[in-house]
Design a protein around this ligand. Structure first.
Ligand SMILES: Cc1cc2nc3c(=O)[nH]c(=O)nc-3n(C[C@H](O)[C@H](O)[C@H](O)COP(=O)(O)OP(=O)(O)OC[C@H]3O[C@@H](n4cnc5c(N)ncnc54)[C@H](O)[C@@H]3O)c2cc1C
Length: 375
C-alpha cells in the first residue's frame, strides 16, 4: 500500500494552502476533503474576506500578516488572477475601545501606515459613512479584500500543479495518531502517511483533542442593493468595521450586481452539528444588520439581493490554535480560527508545512499554542 510523505485533512481555507506548501517541497502529498473543492458548506465562502495589518486583535499577528501579504501576491502571480483588491479599510469606534486602541498599538509597535480621522474628516472624504458622536476613525490604506473562493481554488490549483493528489467527497472518520505510519480512515478507504496536517474547520473537535470550550456559531451574510457610485469598489470605497455598543459590524463595497455586503461579527447561534448547518435566514440577525445599515451606511438600500450563512469556530479567547498534536509531533493542526483566520491562510499553510516537515517554523506562533488554553 502506498505511503504518502504528508496528508492534509480538510482542504478549505487553511488546508488548501498547507497542501500547496507541502507539495512545493517536492513531496508525495495528498489532500482529503468531505466536500467538493471551494464549497459553500464550511467557513470559506461568501465572495470576500477582509485583510488588514494594523491588527487590533494583537500585535503578535503583524509579522504573520506581513508574510501573508507576500504569499497572497505570489499566489496571484502564479495563477495569473486577481485574488486581492486593495481598497483600504475604514475602522470606527470609541477612542478607548478595543478596536481603536488595538489598531494604534499594532501600528505603533510595527510602524504601520494608518491615518487617524475625525468624524468631520470622514464626512468630507467618505460622506456615505456615519460616525457616531464621540467616536474616532482610522483609515488603513494597505487593507482590502480577498476573493475567498478564488483563493481556495487557486491554492488547490497550484498544489495540483506541484503534483499533490486531491481527493474530494471523502469524509475522514478517524486519524490513528499513534500508528507509524499514521493511518487515516475515510468512509471508503484507508490512507497511510508519515506526516499529517489537520485543518478541519468547524469539524475540528471531531478529529483533534481540543479543549471542549470550542464553539461553532452560525453567521449570516447580507448583500444590499445600492446605486450610489460612492459604494462601488471601483470608486475607491473602502471595506469597513465598526465597534458599536450593540456589537461589531463590518462590510465590503459593491463589486458586482449584488451590491454592498454587510454582516455582524459579534454574536451567532450555536451550531450543534456542522454537517447539518441551516442556511435559513434569522429574523433577529436580519433586524440587527438592517438597523446598522440604516443608521451608518447612507445610500445603501435595505433591498436584500442575497443572503448566505457561514460558520465561525471560536476558541475561548478568540485567538487561533496552531500547534503540533500532543500525541504525535508529525501531526500539526490549525483550529479555532475564530472568524478572523482567512487572511492568514497563506502564512499558516507555510507554517504548518514547516511544523510537520522540519519540526519547527520560522514564524513566531508560540502565542497560538494550545497549552495556553489547557493551563
Ligand atoms: C461569515 C464569515 C466572515 C468572515 N470574515 C473574515 C474576514 O473578513 N477576514 C478573515 O480573515 N477571516 C474571516 N472569516 C474567518 C475565515 O473565513 C475562517 O477563519 C477560515 O476561512 C477558516 O478556514 P478553515 O480552513 O479553518 O475552515 P474551512 O475553510 O471550512 O475548511 C475546513 C475543511 O475541512 C473539511 N473537513 C472537515 N472535517 C472533515 C472530515 N472529517 N473529512 C474530510 N474533510 C473534512 C471541510 O469540508 C472543509 O472543507 C470569516 C468567516 C465567516 C464564516
Amino acid at each position: 500500500m502506498q505511503i504518502f510523505d504528508a496528508a492534509v485533512v480538510g482542504t478549505g481555507g487553511i488546508g488548501s494552502a498547507a497542501l500547496f506548501h507541502l507539495a512545493k517541497r517536492g513531496l508525495n502529498v495528498i489532500g482529503i476533503d468531505q466536500f467538493p473543492a471551494a464549497h459553500s458548506l464550511g467557513s470559506s465562502h461568501g465572495q470576500t474576506r477582509i485583510i488588514r495589518q494594523a491588527y487590533f486583535e494583537h500585535p503578535s499577528y503583524v509579522p504573520l500578516l506581513r508574510r501573508a501579504y507576500e504569499l497572497w501576491a505570489e499566489l496571484e502571480t502564479q495563477t495569473q488572477q486577481q485574488l486581492f483588491a486593495q481598497t483600504g479599510i475604514l475602522e470606527v469606534g470609541p477612542p478607548d475601545g478595543i478596536l481603536i486602541q488595538g489598531i494604534e498599538a499594532s501600528a505603533e509597535q510595527h510602524d504601520l501606515p494608518i491615518e487617524k480621522l475625525t468624524a468631520k474628516q470622514v464626512q468630507e472624504r467618505y460622506p456615505m459613512f456615519q460616525v457616531p458622536s464621540g467616536n474616532r476613525a482610522i483609515f488603513e490604506p494597505t487593507a482590502g479584500m480577498l476573493f475567498v473562493e478564488k483563493c481556495v481554488a487557486a491554492h488547490l490549483q497550484v498544489a495540483e500543479q506541484a503534483r499533490a493528489e486531491i481527493r474530494s467527497n471523502q469524509e475522514v472518520i478517524a486519524i490513528e495518531v499513534n500508528e507509524n505510519p499514521i493511518r487515516i480512515r475515510t468512509r471508503t478507504d484507508e490512507i497511510l502517511t508519515h506526516r499529517c496536517v489537520v485543518c478541519s474547520g468547524a469539524w475540528a473537535q471531531q478529529l483533534l483533542p481540543l479543549p471542549d470550550t470550542i464553539r461553532v456559531v452560525r453567521k449570516h451574510l447580507h448583500w444590499f442593493a445600492s446605486d450610489e457610485p460612492d459604494w462601488q469598489a471601483k470608486n475607491n470605497c473602502p471595506t469597513f468595521l465598526y465597534e458599536l455598543p450593540e456589537g461589531h459590524f463590518y462590510g465590503f463595497p459593491a463589486t458586482n450586481e449584488l451590491g454592498v455586503k454587510v454582516a455582524e461579527h459579534t454574536g451567532g447561534e450555536i451550531v450543534g452539528d456542522p454537517s447539518r448547518l441551516s442556511k435559513t435566514p434569522d429574523s433577529t440577525d436580519n433586524e440587527r444588520v438592517e438597523t446598522f445599515t440604516r443608521q451608518h451606511l447612507h445610500g445603501v438600500t435595505l433591498q436584500r439581493t442575497h443572503h448566505d450563512v457561514c460558520m465561525y469556530t471560536l476558541s475561548e479567547d478568540t485567538h487561533f490554535i496552531v500547534d503540533q498534536h500532543p500525541d504525535n509531533p508529525q501531526i500539526a493542526f490549525a483550529a479555532g480560527m475564530s472568524g478572523h483566520g482567512f487572511k492568514f491562510a497563506t502564512v499558516l499553510g507555510e507554517a504548518l508545512s514547516q511544523l510537520v516537515l522540519d519540526g519547527k517554523t520560522q514564524w513566531s506562533i508560540d502565542f497560538l499554542k494550545m497549552s495556553r488554553l489547557n493551563a
